[in-house]
Design a protein around this ligand. Structure first.
Ligand code: AMP
Ligand code: ZN
Length: 467
């Protein structure tokens, strides 16, 4: 049984999907106006782990991720310019050219981090008609009002508004600062914004030319693909108070149902103890890390070391350690004995129970990670058995252990190892050491063990000089 922490009930709960072994899951996707930063990527890694844990437990997944290509304003309070319009002015490109470019980069980032893609990608601009239909339903129910700025949702008409808020947040409305003129309650939010002078990314609607609100988009796209209610909805913690609260409100108002049954939120990543912000110049993209010589999977491995509901402080020191540890694992897995061992299929995997126990307890991957080293150091398991266990665990971890295992030692290296063995037997140690150096230059390392020489590939992805 998988237990997950549900923000909706503020409890760890047993996870039971509505339809047998099928899990319908929606994750809020990127707003494609800029490169995703490593904070955003932490959230997508957490969602990937969730998905992989479900698959590992035998569930089938229908996963939908949206692409926000309109409607996400600079301020969560429905004021300010559309992030994509601003980017299009900055880059002197059409808004959709900007959005498609960053969508492409985002998908490349996911691949580089070995994040499983969703079954369905869906773009906000391609569902405008459906969004207008949802607003019409809300209007018919008397839950909307029109002001100069757009069509708004009247939150005071929905008794259950704010379901996701912890108790103390009941005072939240008074705390909000910015308020659009004419809004009836501080928590009311835009369903449809009027175009005014805006020329691009605008559509006709029964209320006039304009564009949809960001919260409306996610309701429409999720329900269109998954029905209502679906099983899991996730995002970063910043979505709890406004975006997800307003998604739940619209769905409940329109369909009298909760949008999703389990709501999971990943905590934030900060950089060197500070919030990531452009003004501090501490926003890093995956590309930045790669340019500094890191393997993208070292960032994935680093994220796995902190539970998704804990704040994570990113430092280059910690990334360096993660890269070193990952290289160590890869080297161990790539190890080959000259006399290849017999490859017996693993009969039982006693460590699987401990692994499952950890990951099924609200995705406690940090608790499962020490098992990797326990396996690698286990004296009773053969190398092949160790690899089989690790590759099985890697279905959840996604660190590409199999790739390391499949590394073939080049013939040239094998020959040199045999030559070195011969020299050692003849007690020509100096010459043997020279051969060892040659092997090293070719990217391999020989270790002398009781069972004879073992060859490992050297992993040194990280260029120290870049610090
Ligand atoms: P956005 O593209 O701004 O809509 O954000 C994409 C995802 O990243 C959302 O799920 C956010 O909650 C999440 N997110 C934004 N900033 C951070 C951060 N510093 N750490 C972790 N997740 C974040
Ligand atoms: Zn969303």
């Amino acid at each position: 049984m998988i237990k997950i922490f549900n923000t909706l009930t503020r409890k760890k709960e047993n996870f039971v999907p509505l339809k047998d072994k099928l899990v319908r899951m929606y994750t809020c996707g990127p707003t494609c106006y800029w490169f995703a930063h490593i904070g955003n990527l932490r959230t997508y890694i957490f969602e990937d782990i969730l998905k992989r844990v479900l698959i590992y437990n035998g569930y089938k997944i229908k996963h939908v991720m949206n692409i926000t290509d309109v409607g996400h304003l600079v301020s969560e309070e429905d004021v300010g310019e559309d992030k994509i319009i601003l980017a299009s002015q900055r880059e002197k490109k059409s808004p959709l050219a900007v959005a498609r470019f960053y969508e492409k980069v985002f998908k490349r980032d996911l691949k580089r981090l070995n994040i499983l893609g969703p079954n369905v990608w869906i773009r906000a601009t391609e569902t405008i008609k459906d969004q207008i239909e949802l607003i019409k339903i809300l209007e018919k129910k008397g839950l909307t009002y029109i002001i100069e700025d757009g069509v708004y949702f009247n939150t005071s008409k929905l008794k259950t508004y704010g379901r996701l808020w912890p108790k103390k947040m009941e005072i939240l409305p008074g705390k909000r600062v910015e308020m659009t003129a004419g809004k009836k309650n501080p928590t009311d939010f835009a369903l449809w914004k009027f175009a005014k002078e805006r020329k691009k990314l605008v559509w006709d609607s029964p209320w006039g030319k304009g564009f949809p609100g960001w919260h409306t988009e996610c309701v429409v796209m999720s329900v269109k693909e998954l029905g209502i209610p679906f099983d899991i909805h996730c995002g970063g913690v910043d979505h709890i108070l406004i975006h997800h609260t307003n998604e739940i409100a619209q769905a409940e108002a329109a369909f009298s149902k909760i949008l999703a049954r389990y709501w999971l939120h990943g905590e934030f990543l900060s950089v060197e103890g500070q919030k990531m912000s452009k003004s501090l110049g501490n926003i890093f993209t995956l590309e930045n890390l790669i340019k500094k010589g890191f393997d993208p999977l070292s960032f994935r491995f680093l994220c796995l070391q902190t539970h998704y509901r804990k704040k994570m402080n990113f430092t280059f020191e910690s990334l360096k350690s993660a890269q070193k540890a990952l290289n160590f694992i890869y080297e161990k897995i790539s190890e080959k004995n000259l006399n290849e061992e017999k490859k017996k299929k693993l009969k039982s995997n006693l460590l699987k129970e401990s692994f499952l126990k950890a990951i099924n307890d609200d995705l406690n991957v940090p608790k499962a990670l020490p098992l990797i080293f326990e396996i690698l150091n286990n004296q009773k398991l053969s190398h092949f058995e160790k690899c089989q266990i690790l590759i099985d665990f890697d279905r959840v971890l996604g660190l590409k252990f199999e790739k390391a295992m499949k590394i073939k030692i080049p013939k040239k290296v094998k020959k040199l190892v045999l030559k070195r063995e011969k020299l050692r037997k003849e007690e020509k140690f100096e010459e043997a050491d020279k051969v060892r150096e040659k092997i090293k230059e070719l990217g391999y390392f020989v270790e002398d063990t009781k069972e004879g020489p073992k060859i490992k590939k050297i992993f040194n992805v990280q260029a120290e000089s870049s610090f």
